[in-house]
Every structure is written in structure tokens, then in C-alpha cells.
Design a protein around this ligand. Structure first.
Ligand SMILES: C[S@@+](CC[C@H](N)C(=O)[O-])C[C@H]1O[C@@H](n2cnc3c(N)ncnc32)[C@H](O)[C@@H]1O
Length: 240
């Protein structure tokens, strides 16, 4: 069984605000360790294509899937501007649609950054070729714990390990990258989280939860990501 690699740090808010839109370092490190030449990949929950831009110049073909057409339009516009011809973006639900609908051959790589569920791991296993790899980054249960409810989509490292093993994967890397962001006040918190998350939290009560936590003296926000890389075993579950 692979050891869980744990990176933990404390950092002041001003440092993290600068990094807010960057992809996680541990995830990037695992992504960039692979050779994408002559390979096909699918990026699940691609959003505006951030993961795809990291591999687009090397991969033979990559498909980004998302169920949000507005984000895909942005992604397609970037692909056009950057001249990436072997990249395509499709609208669809990766949990409920068979991935054959987007590409009939098995993939060499599945990537999924901040879009994860048991159904996605199940389908990744069925649409990867034997020895193909799944590279994922997903919120850890500790993510945003100070708001009283955490993240709506989070896992423990044991949950991710079990899902991967149950679906016929051998885990090559499992890590948890945690940053505790020290904030002076809620204005710092607002800048660390960004307007989209703040708007959501104001609507669902998590902002109030965070304000209570700051009031009681805990002026920090935990950011914690699980990163995993797993190889599809030849004798794993068969195709759909
Ligand atoms: C937090 S964003 C991450 C976007 C991108 N991976 C990144 O890191 O920049 C999550 C994305 O997953 C998409 N998504 C969530 N569930 C999905 C599903 N079942 N099928 C396809 N896309 C999904 C959302 O529409 C959203 O664009």
C-alpha cells in the first residue's frame, strides 16, 4: 500500500491571494511526470480548460468534458487563441453519460481536477486502457472546515483509496496538500476565497459560519486537496 504523502504549511493571506487561480502544485507535479506524446486524454469537469492547457502541446488528442456550456465556450475561445488544434470540448454529464459518446476508443489518461465522485472513478476505470492512468485532485474533508460545513464535494484519503481499489486501479501516488491560510479579518478571507465562492457561501449560510469562527478567534481558512494517481489494472472491471 502506498504511503500518503502529506504537505502542510501555514501561509499569510496575501501570499495565497496571488496563487488563488493557480492549479495545485502537488497535482501539477503528478500531471507533468507523465509522457503524453502519442497519447489520448480526457479531462473531466474541465471548466475553462485549465488542466488541458498544461498538456495540450504534447498530447496527441485531448477532450474536455463539462456540463456547463458557458465555461466550455470560454475554453474553446482560449484553444482558438492559443492555436491548440488537437483539443476539443464537449458538453455532457460525465457521471450519467457513457464516455463512448465522446470517443469510441479507450483513453490513455483521465484527468479530473475539482470534479470527483464515485461515478467518475467508476467510468474512468471503464474507459481507460489497461495501464492507462487516472490523475485526480479533489477537496479533502478538511477543506474550508472553518465555515462549519466544509466543502460540498470532499473525501478522506481512505475513501479515495477504497474507490480506486474497488474500481480496479493500482495507486501509484496518494497525497494530501494542506495550506492553513492566516487571515487578519473577513476582508482577507473574501480575497482568499474569491467572489464566486463568497457569493455561494453568503447564499447557503457558510459565510455566516466562517464569520462566527473568525469572531471566536480562529482567523484562518484551511485549503486541503487530495491528489492521486492510479494505474488501471489489466484484470480490472470490464467495459460497460
Ligand atoms: C470547480 S470546477 C473545476 C474546473 C477545472 N477542472 C479546473 O480545475 O479549473 C468543476 C467543474 O466540473 C463541472 N462538473 C461538475 N460535475 C460534472 C459532471 N457530472 N459532468 C461534467 N462536468 C461536471 C462543473 O460544471 C465545473 O465546470
Amino acid at each position: 500500500m502506498v504511503e500518503v504523502v502529506r504537505h502542510s504549511r501555514r501561509a499569510p493571506a496575501f501570499g495565497i491571494i496571488r496563487e488563488r487561480d493557480h492549479l495545485n502544485r502537488m497535482f501539477l507535479e503528478q500531471l507533468h511526470r507523465e509522457d503524453y506524446r502519442h497519447r489520448t486524454a480526457i479531462d473531466i469537469g474541465t471548466g475553462t480548460g485549465r488542466v488541458i492547457w498544461e498538456i495540450a502541446s504534447r498530447v496527441h488528442r485531448v477532450i474536455g468534458v463539462d456540463r456547463d456550456e458557458r465555461r466550455l465556450m470560454e475554453a474553446r475561445a482560449y484553444a482558438g487563441i492559443r492555436g491548440f488544434g488537437r483539443v476539443s470540448f464537449v458538453l455532457g454529464d460525465a457521471e450519467t453519460t457513457s464516455w463512448n459518446a465522446w470517443h469510441s476508443e479507450p483513453f490513455d489518461f483521465v484527468t479530473a481536477h475539482l470534479c470527483m465522485s464515485g461515478a467518475i472513478i467508476f467510468r474512468a476505470s471503464r474507459h481507460l486502457r489497461p495501464d492507462g492512468k487516472l490523475i485526480l485532485g479533489t477537496h479533502h474533508k478538511d477543506q474550508w472546515q472553518e465555515n462549519g460545513s466544509g466543502s460540498g464535494h470532499s473525501f478522506t484519503e481512505d475513501e479515495i483509496r477504497d474507490l480506486l481499489v474497488e474500481n480496479g486501479f493500482e495507486i501509484e501516488f496518494l497525497g494530501v496538500d494542506t495550506t492553513i491560510v492566516e487571515c487578519a479579518d473577513l476582508v482577507d478571507a473574501e480575497r482568499v476565497l474569491g467572489p464566486t465562492i463568497v457569493r455561494k457561501w453568503v447564499g447557503d449560510g457558510r459565510w455566516e459560519g466562517l464569520a462566527d469562527s473568525f469572531e471566536s478567534g480562529t482567523r484562518q481558512i484551511t485549503l486541503s486537496l487530495i491528489v492521486a494517481k492510479a494505474r488501471k489494472l489489466a484484470h480490472g472491471p470490464v467495459s460497460e
